[in-house]
Write a protein that binds this ligand. Structure first.
Ligand SMILES: Nc1ncnc2c1ncn2[C@@H]1O[C@H](COP(=O)(O)OP(=O)(O)OP(=O)(O)O)[C@@H](O)[C@H]1O
Ligand SMILES: [Mg+2]
Length: 254
């Protein structure tokens, strides 16, 4: 079995009296596609925010390649290879597509401060490399033709892909996708599935939150089901589809 990439150990997050994430543990192995599902408000995005360092947990620990990253801020987690997209998108809408994707590259290949101030050759070399990486990621997602377009002018589905390109531009080990299919039509959803598989085949481990069951069940090797902040089930798509508790949540109690 592949080595463990990420280990989430008894993690909780409270907001005042609300327990958004309640004592959750799981592992992700290198090369996996794993999915998190659960009703609205069950804690999926909060769990992502804890893993990416956007929130600090109330208790519990997170390990990446065995290193304790529990208290790391988001930039530091990003710098060691944890990238994410946001459920509500976080693009700079006044900037072009390529400028947005370049932000992702710079997280990874920080152009030296002095070389950029003094406009040293190294700065231009890194800028050129950064652009190449950005274009490569846009091409992977099939959207290099919109590189110079202003992000805010694009339809939502394309903005989603731009955000994914930006996350990939940081050359992550672990990619967290928060509802990547939302806002996409059926054609784009099918393409998204191919893209996600391709990203995994290139060596990126993927954890995704996705409400589209067809996508989740066809892509994920393992699925975690959350309800009211708790992990109620974890297993293969087949296993979770048979789980009485999961059936109860999804078909309702009444
Ligand atoms: N920053 C915050 N401050 C206070 N409460 C929060 C905060 N973020 C999330 N919550 C609450 O935590 C709970 C879990 O929210 P979360 O966004 O993680 O759910 P989710 O499973 O991603 O839902 P959805 O499917 O709608 O995206 C909700 O009750 C939400 O209102
Ligand atoms: Mg969410």
């Amino acid at each position: 079995m592949a080595e463990v990439l990420l280990s989430v150990d008894n993690i909780s997050k409270n907001f005042g009296g609300l327990i958004a994430v309640d004592n959750i543990s799981f592992n992700i192995r290198v090369g996996q596609i794993k999915a998190i599902i659960g009703p609205n408000g069950s804690g999926k995005t909060t769990l992502f925010n804890l893993i990416s360092g956007h929130y600090q947990p109330s208790s519990g620990s997170i390990y990446f390649y065995g290193f304790n990253i529990t208290k790391w801020p988001a930039w530091k987690s990003a710098s060691v290879g944890i990238s994410r997209t946001f459920q509500n998108l976080a693009l700079f809408t006044n900037m072009s597509v390529i400028e947005n994707v370049l932000m992702g590259v710079h997280l990874h290949t920080k152009a030296g401060f002095l070389s950029s101030i003094f406009r040293l050759p190294a700065f231009f070399k890194r800028e050129k490399e950064a652009r190449e990486i950005a274009i490569e990621k846009l091409s992977l997602l099939g959207i290099s033709d919109i590189a110079e377009k202003k992000c805010g002018d694009l339809p939502f589905g394309l903005q989603r892909l731009v955000e994914m390109a930006r996350a990939l531009a940081a050359e992550p080990r672990l990619l967290l996708l928060d509802e990547p299919a939302s806002g996409l039509d059926i054609h784009d959803r099918n393409r998204l599935c191919e893209i996600i598989r391709q990203i995994r085949d290139e060596g990126v481990t993927i954890l995704m939150v996705e409400h589209d069951m067809n996508i989740t069940m066809s892509l994920a090797e393992e699925v975690i089901v959350l309800d009211s902040g708790k992990k109620i089930c974890e297993g293969t798509p087949k296993e979770i589809q048979r789980d009485p508790e999961v059936i109860r949540i999804y078909l309702g109690e009444g």
